[in-house]
Ligand binder design. Structure first.
Ligand SMILES: [Zn+2]
Length: 634
């Protein structure tokens, strides 16, 4: 965010913006402002107030007993208006992860004192809102502890081996002062713990860093401990890879591949918009995930997942994905995410672009970087198409709605989610593929979706002005040279099937449904848990649902013989669609039995394959898209 934020030209977002600014005014700046500029609008008043009244905020983060998982946080506020209550608010979410996480629930032992160490009265005004009476003091010291025992990229983790935190989950903001700089001093528990972050160090002050505003503080995770730290250059700029815990990664190979990813993505966007960048990697037994930041990313991955080729490729795609985000979503932002409101959901219908297009590129970037070959790429893309075309939720939830409802759906999966939800990552990836193919075929590969990204970067990303859904469509149309209103309407606002073959055909490609392993359909998935065969998912309208089988039920037998998860396919293979099966199961501890009729098989996989006898034009288009001839993939 630029310092002179609140971007007055950003009309569409102003409703929610003004509300939050008005709140800040009501709670914090009342008397002083009213006297200065009685006729100004709330938005203008707040902006001027923040400029005219400068306060100092200094955080100290200690961790004297890391095994207790408690960060000990001290906030010093100085130059405060002695007669004005100090409001402190903790974010309820962090950008990049669209769920209300209620970070304040981890806070304990809150206290406040004045400059003479006398306790100051305070009260809670809301779940994440503390209010302190300064009692005439211009200097206030606030102490609290944050319990940090969740190993994920978007929360905090502290134990005897390290401390990791995200600003949104650790720090308060002072409404009306979000644009002021904040210092952070780290007190490690041992002298051999190092501190890694992208915030600049304050010169001459040990272990102290400065964020130019609250957004930057939230966007700059810290890793503190004895992690391995690798330094390397890419395009003349310094980069770091910090690795917590041991695993089987080969650092030289990994850094070389990361450098290639950086090179390819920088070429796409035309340079690197940062001074330095940090890859922060946590190794765990089964972890997978990433969180993007402007100048860094946090990654979590399985510690022994670097030698197996498929797993290594998956990790490289994760790196390509999070790095791509430094442009797409961190700087090229939907209007709904232009100015972050840390107190509530920030809605946008455009996450299909922020996440889906990023997912489309996370597969192709490693291929362009020469990290894997064309077959690996096409197989990976085929898997994504298969996941999409076998997801029942694609026929229920439109893409724009999936994005808007991320806060209550995608991040809150339950047993029925696959029936009713369509991930904006996955369908957004498919829509990006079809848009890329449309642009490429119309312009003989002289234009592509890369041009859309470059144009968005120029028009919205560099200045960090949020784009509206209409502006996004206009930008794509201007590159495509096509009216895409019909395509966009169907792809984003309806559940109409996507016309894959229509857009693949000019490239000499088609989708082959794989019927070899198709089985008569029962309509459930099964997993063995503690020796019980538990039903994980029941498809809407399936034979299983029709007889009342539910997710969570325990499946016992088919035709009187015990069934296990690993035998289910083999048992179904003995039958034909239309056959009747006797199924026995427990539903809420009650024994049930019913006869059900198996449904017709459906493809479970789709493979992207060349058409028979491609034309010269198809050959040319395919070569222009992926740089190899169709013959090489036959
Ligand atoms: Zn992402």
């Amino acid at each position: 965010m630029k310092r002179e934020a609140w971007k007055p030209e950003a009309g569409a977002q102003f409703d929610s913006l003004e509300q939050s600014e008005q709140l800040a005014l009501d709670e914090n700046l009342e008397g002083a402002i009213a006297l200065e500029i009685p006729t100004e609008s709330f938005a203008n008043v707040s902006r001027i107030a923040a400029r005219s009244q400068s306060i100092q905020m200094h955080y100290q983060v200690a961790m004297s007993q890391p095994e207790s998982h408690l960060f000990e946080v001290t906030l010093h506020v100085s130059n405060w208006q002695a007669d004005t209550a100090l409001n402190l608010k903790m974010p309820v979410w962090t950008p990049g992860s669209y769920l209300i996480r209620e970070y304040a629930r981890h806070l304990q032992n809150f206290s406040a004192v004045c400059s003479t160490e006398s306790p100051l009265p305070w009260r809670k005004v809301g779940k994440n809102h503390w209010q302190i009476d300064p009692q005439g003091s211009t200097t206030l010291t606030i102490c609290y502890q944050i319990y940090a025992n969740e190993l994920s990229v978007r929360t905090n983790h502290l134990d005897s081996t390290h401390g990791y935190f995200n600003g949104a989950a650790l720090f308060f903001y002072i409404p009306g002062y979000e644009q002021q700089s904040i210092q952070v001093e780290i007190v490690p528990p041992q002298s051999d713990w190092q501190i890694t972050t992208t915030l600049p160090a304050v010169s001459g002050v040990a272990n102290t860093f400065e964020a130019i505003d609250f957004d930057t503080l939230v966007d700059s995770p810290f890793e503190i401990g004895k992690h391995q730290l690798f330094e390397f250059e890419a395009l003349g700029k310094p980069h770091q890879l910090a690795v917590w815990r041991e695993g089987n990664l080969e650092s030289d190979r990994l850094i070389s591949d990361i450098q290639r990813i950086i090179q390819v993505e920088a070429n796409l966007f035309g340079g690197l918009p940062y001074d330095r960048y940090l890859f922060l990697l946590h190794l765990s037994s089964h972890g997978f995930g990433g969180l993007e930041h402007k100048n860094s990313c946090s990654l979590i991955y399985q510690r022994f997942g670097f030698r197996n080729k498929d797993k290594y490729d998956r990790f490289i795609q994760l790196v390509a994905h999070e790095f791509f985000h430094l442009w797409n979503v961190k700087r090229i932002r939907p209007k709904g995410l232009e100015v972050f409101d840390y107190e509530q959901e920030n809605y946008t219908p455009s996450l299909w672009f922020s996440e889906g297009t990023t997912s489309y590129y996370d597969l192709i970037i490693p291929y362009r970087a020469g990290i894997y070959d064309i077959r690996t790429y096409l197989n990976a893309l085929s898997k994504e198409v298969s996941r999409f075309l076998t997801a029942p939720g694609r026929l229920v939830q439109p893409l724009a709605e999936s994005s808007f409802d991320a806060w209550v759906k995608l991040y809150r999966q339950d047993a029925n989610s696959p029936n009713t939800q369509m991930s904006y990552y996955l369908k957004g990836e498919m829509v990006s593929l079809l848009l890329d193919l449309q642009i490429r075929s119309r312009h003989s590969n002289k234009r592509s979706f890369d041009d859309v990204l470059r144009l968005l970067w120029e028009q919205f990303g560099k200045s960090e002005i949020g784009f509206t859904p209409e502006q996004l469509q206009q930008t794509i149309e201007s590159v495509a040279g096509l009216d895409l209103s019909d395509f966009c309407h169907h792809a984003l606002n309806t559940t109409a099937e996507l016309p894959f073959d229509q857009y693949l055909e000019p490239f000499g490609m088609r989708l082959l449904p794989d019927r070899d392993d198709s089985l008569p359909v029962l309509g459930l998935t099964l997993k063995t848990e503690h020796g019980r065969e538990v039903i994980k998912f029941v498809e809407s309208g399936s034979p299983a649902q029709q007889v009342g089988i539910d997710a969570g039920d325990e499946l016992l037998a088919i035709n009187g013989i015990r069934i296990t998860a690993d035998q289910l396919s083999d048992r179904l293979r003995d039958h034909q669609p239309g056959d009747s099966l006797q199924v026995t199961w427990f539903h809420q501890d009650e024994l049930r039995q019913a006869a059900l009729t198996l449904a017709a098989p459906r493809p479970t996989r789709f493979q992207l394959i060349p058409c028979d006898r491609p034309t010269r034009k198809q050959e040319q288009l395919f070569h222009g898209w992926l740089g190899v001839s169709l013959g090489e993939i036959m």
